[in-house]
Design a protein around this ligand. Structure first.
Ligand code: PMP
Length: 571
């Protein structure tokens, strides 16, 4: 077993080390964006990949590529052997009793859907009850809502105790002989406190309920032993634990899996297919693996498992704990020095390196975008846990999620940048003319302003300054009818038809960054005819401004949704 040395461990992650850039201090930001540093603090969403995982793909397609289980030729045998060895590695990693209990899926989401659609549909009847925690990820809510609708089962929701964990006594009150399923995260991707999972499993078993544990966040941070937990199912994704995307695991107790009907039909999951007699199904685990699996991904995942298994898990846990305490305390100190600006979503240190918070008087989206301009990747929004947000009475939050390749220096840099963002509002920069200038010349003025700005943080500040020039929409105009769907923050758009068939748009948002982007978008479209609006090359405009990333469909800010809405209204 290797001693865990943070620096050497970090060296294994090319995307992280190749993009350290010249991040030295917040005052020495690089002026060109190609050398913008990357500080990756979004590991709860997905981790970066070590060389051995990346190399595994290369090597598989160079030396081993063939379909598995089907052919008798040598290459297929080689691929099948590697594929089945990977299954064995995962079995050992979580201490399952048999390889038949390890089913490959696309990820946690598919694993839960498989259980809901196969087992749920089979066992649930009208009035049966499914218990979920209020803090569940949507992946562990929506499949059950779909199945409840089909079967007439009822979803019961257990709330949290003062520490943010599932409340055991509230859970006991919900349990009864109608409880058929408990599906609960080992820990929530927002709250990051380990739920009393063993007690929950035991209590659910006392009424004969099936227990399903969502280990998506847990498995990356501490060892899992499914026999000790004694749950019926445990599900997780490879990509959150240094493995590739598109691969997940469904662990299920063999006896239970044997009773379950197939989830999908197709090749490989059958024993015999006939038009004249009933089709029969393959043995476990293949009964649940219809079609060609993600062979290269599964093998690469086993390399990730090998990679982390060479280190002492406790040393990695300890290092992650030190990072968490350091970051948490730095945020507390920042808060104390800036009039209690930081609100932690729950009190007390998290159990894994995931810290969720919001900042007084600052929209989460503004902060995440401002940090992005310094090369820091954190997550903002509802984190696929809308019911939890509603329960906590917040619209979203910021989340810093660390991994064992992150460093104390990165945390210092993050805190320095955050401090700068929170105190820089009065910085002087070129300002666009007042809003009366938003006429035909407006987009040209904006292009001229951005032409000389080279660094991301200055560009970001320029957007924020533009946002100040947007006159706010009257409260009554910010309503359901004018709300644009597809934006992570709220954004509203109002249209009026002017003389000479021109359109006049007014827009607003609760996030400052979006207000700035709206000025840029409206400058291009206001007082134009439908033909001019449809002919306008918005991509080229954003490219010229150096703001293409704001037009990406993956951006939660939804500028693309706003542009589409403008084009629709102008039809
Ligand atoms: N459950 C939890 C607790 C998660 O954090 C996530 C991913 N954010 C999921 C389920 C879904 O995982 P995937 O998208 O890999 O299917």
């Amino acid at each position: 077993m290797k001693t865990f040395k943070p620096k050497l461990f970090r060296q294994q992650f090319p995307l992280v080390v190749n993009n350290e850039g010249n991040r030295l201090s917040v005052n020495r930001m690089p002026q060109v964006e190609s050398s913008l540093p990357l500080v990756y603090f979004d590991n709860g969403a997905t981790t970066q990949k070590p060389n051995c995982v990346i190399d595994s793909y290369h090597s598989f397609y160079h030396t081993t590529n063939a379909n598995v289980h089907r052919a008798s030729h040598t290459l297929s045998t080689r691929a099948t052997t590697a594929f089945e060895q990977a299954r064995n590695s995962i079995r050992m990693f979580i201490n399952a009793t048999s390889n038949k209990e390890i089913i490959w899926t696309k990820g946690t989401t598919e694993s839960i859907n498989l259980i809901a659609m196969s087992l749920g549909r089979k066992i649930l009847k009208q009035g049966d009850e499914i218990i979920l925690a209020i803090s569940e990820h949507h992946a562990n809510i929506v499949p059950w809502q779909l199945i409840a609708e089909q079967t007439g089962a009822i979803i019961k929701v257990v709330e949290l105790d003062a520490t943010g964990r599932v409340d055991l006594s509230a859970f006991e009150l919900l349990l009864n002989n109608k409880t058929k399923i408990l599906c609960c995260a080992h820990l929530s991707n927002v709250i990051a406190k380990i739920n009393p999972i063993k007690e929950l499993i035991q209590k659910a078993k006392s009424v004969g309920a099936i227990t399903i544990i969502d280990g998506a966040q847990a498995v990356a941070h501490f060892p899992i032993d499914v026999q000790v937990l004694d749950c019926d199912f445990y599900v997780f994704s490879a990509h959150k634990m240094y493995g590739p995307t598109g691969v997940g695991v469904l662990y299920g107790k063999q006896a239970l899996l044997e009773t379950m009907p197939p989830y999908q039909g197709g090749g490989e999951m059958i024993k015999q297919v006939s038009f004249n007699k009933p089709t029969t199904f393959n043995a476990l685990p293949f009964k649940f693996e219809a079609g060609t699996p993600n062979i290269a991904g599964v093998i690469a995942f086993s390399k990730a498992i090998e990679f982390i298994s060479t280190y002492d898990a406790k040393q990695i846990c300890d290092y992650e704990k030190q990072l968490t305490i350091y970051c948490y305390q730095a945020l507390q100190n920042l808060s104390a020095s800036l009039k209690n600006v930081v609100n932690f979503i729950v009190q007390g240190l998290p159990d894994i390196p995931v810290i969720s918070f919001s900042l007084n008087d600052h929209h989460n989206h503004d902060i995440a975008t401002a940090l992005d301009s310094y090369g820091i990747a954190i997550r903002s929004g509802h984190h696929c846990a809308m019911p939890l947000m509603e329960y906590l009475n917040i619209s979203g939050c910021l989340r810093v999620s660390l991994a064992a390749y992150n460093t104390f220096e990165e945390i210092d840099y993050f805190i320095d940048c955050l401090k700068k963002i929170l105190t820089q509002e009065s910085d002087a920069l070129l300002v666009c003319g007042n809003k009366d200038d938003l006429n035909e010349q407006a987009s040209a003025i904006i292009i001229a302003q951005f032409a000389n700005i080279k660094s991301w943080d200055s560009r970001h500040r320029q957007i924020m300054l533009l946002g100040k020039q947007l006159s706010r929409l009257d409260k009554s105009a910010r309503n359901e009818q004018t709300l644009i769907s597809g934006c992570e923050s709220l954004a509203w758009l109002v249209v009026q038809k002017g003389k000479q068939k021109t359109f006049h748009f007014q827009a607003d948002s609760d996030a400052k960054i979006i207000r700035g982007l709206l000025v840029i978008v409206l400058a291009a479209f206001n007082n134009k005819t439908a033909m001019q609006i449809n002919a306008f090359d918005i991509e080229n405009y954003f490219k010229t401004l150096g703001l293409m990333q704001h037009l990406s469909p993956s951006r939660g800010n939804g500028v693309l949704a706003i542009v589409e809405e403008i084009k629709k209204l102008a039809q």
